[in-house]
Write a protein of this length. Structure first.
Ligand code: KG4
Ligand code: ZN
Length: 349
């Protein structure tokens, strides 16, 4: 079975073709638009209306390029999987309407995918050894949550952020350090080059169930402000970046360690844009008694391969996106586990 995956929940327009067969799967081709960062850089963040318009322009080109790269005619596609939520409403609408058009014109079935389910299963794409159950930490620009991935379509919430996402804490601090949007990776480079810091940020949310990054973000902003006249010194900038990265990573890893000791799980996967962070990877890999898994660089950030992959699994359960089903800007992934049989069909009807 060959599934075309389409992803447009935020600022990446992406398409992928995945061949799913009895003994495994193979990504035949995948394309991600790189044009959007330049649009949003100018405003220092994602502008939803501009992102939706960019998706509309990108999608036909990206799908055609993906088919071309795989050397496949459209007729070979068995099903189309598209991100139905959560995400920016206009962006989701652009993707789902485009996918509906393709499905209608080609007579192929359409499946609506939960973007977070894509992130939860994305580490499997690059790590066939990653078996259920495992603890998954989803850390991106829009989301920060921990789920127990009991099985396909059976997820249990452990903790979620009550305010900002970890990626936002990286990006907003990066901006105050004078780095361009989205800034997280650039801040990480400065921090890694510095390798140490004379600055210290408070450790947050150690005694709370949920994640919260607003306090940390404010503390980082105050620290940067207090050292404003020294920011021209690259050593000072590096040390500030190091202190900020350490505080964010420490907050995440402390929660992961707590969840591991509470659940007794022996596998942990980190996924989403921030899972590209090397300091975070090092810390998670060093947790004793667990095996850690990370997606490849391409599959950390928003991508369509993870959507095609979940699409293939859901296609097999017989799930289809009904014509009248709306897109969902909010859609907690654990709601997919509502059915006792774990098929998750209920939440998608
Ligand atoms: O998953 P993603 O592409 O989009 C969302 O769904 O939000 O994640 C993007 C986020 C941004 O906040 C970006 O700064 C952050 O991931 N990011 C990083 C690194 N690479 C990307 N944050 C810290 N260190 C990195 N190396
Ligand atoms: Zn994402």
């Amino acid at each position: 079975m060959i599934v075309l995956g389409i992803e447009t929940s935020c600022d990446e327009s992406a398409a992928a073709l995945l061949h799913y067969h009895e003994s495994g799967w193979k990504i035949l081709a995948e394309e991600i638009s790189s044009s959007q960062t330049d649009i949003h850089k100018f405003y220092g963040g994602v502008v939803p209306e501009l992102a939706s318009r960019a998706h509309l322009a990108n999608l036909p080109l990206i799908v055609e390029a993906t088919l071309g790269a795989a050397g496949l005619p459209f007729g070979e596609i068995s099903a189309i999987a598209v991100t139905r939520g959560p995400g920016l409403l206009g962006c989701l609408l652009a993707g789902v309407h485009f996918a509906r058009g393709l499905a209608f014109a080609s007579g192929r079935p359409l499946i609506g995918i939960n973007h977070i389910e894509g992130h939860l299963l994305a580490p499997q794409l690059d790590n066939p050894r990653l078996k259920f159950p495992y603890l998954a930490l989803v850390v991106s620009g829009g989301h920060t949550e921990m789920q127990i991935v009991h099985d396909f379509a059976h997820y249990e919430l452990v903790a979620r952020t009550t305010d900002d996402a970890a990626g936002e804490a990286f990006d907003k601090s990066a901006r105050l350090l004078g780095l361009e949007y989205p800034g997280g990776a650039a801040l990480a480079r400065l921090a890694d080059a510095a390798g140490e810091s004379s600055f210290m940020l408070p450790r947050v949310m150690r005694h709370r169930e949920s994640f919260s990054f607003s306090g940390l973000k404010t503390a980082a902003a105050l620290l940067i402000e207090r050292n404003r006249e020294r920011l021209a010194d690259s050593r000072v900038r590096g040390e500030l970046a190091y202190a900020i990265q350490e505080a964010i990573v420490d907050a995440l890893v402390t929660k992961v360690e707590g969840a591991i000791s509470n659940t007794g799980l022996t596998r942990v996967a980190v996924t989403g844009g921030v899972s590209a962070n090397q300091a975070l990877r090092r810390r998670v890999s060093a947790i004793a008694g667990v095996e850690s898994f990370f997606p490849s660089a391409l599959h950390c950030t928003d991508n369509a391969a993870m959507i095609a992959y979940v699409g293939a699994l859901r296609f097999q359960t017989g799930e289809r996106l009904a014509n009248e089903s709306p897109v969902l800007s909010r859609w907690p992934v654990e709601s997919l586990s509502q059915l006792a049989d774990g098929s998750g069909r209920l939440a998608s009807i």
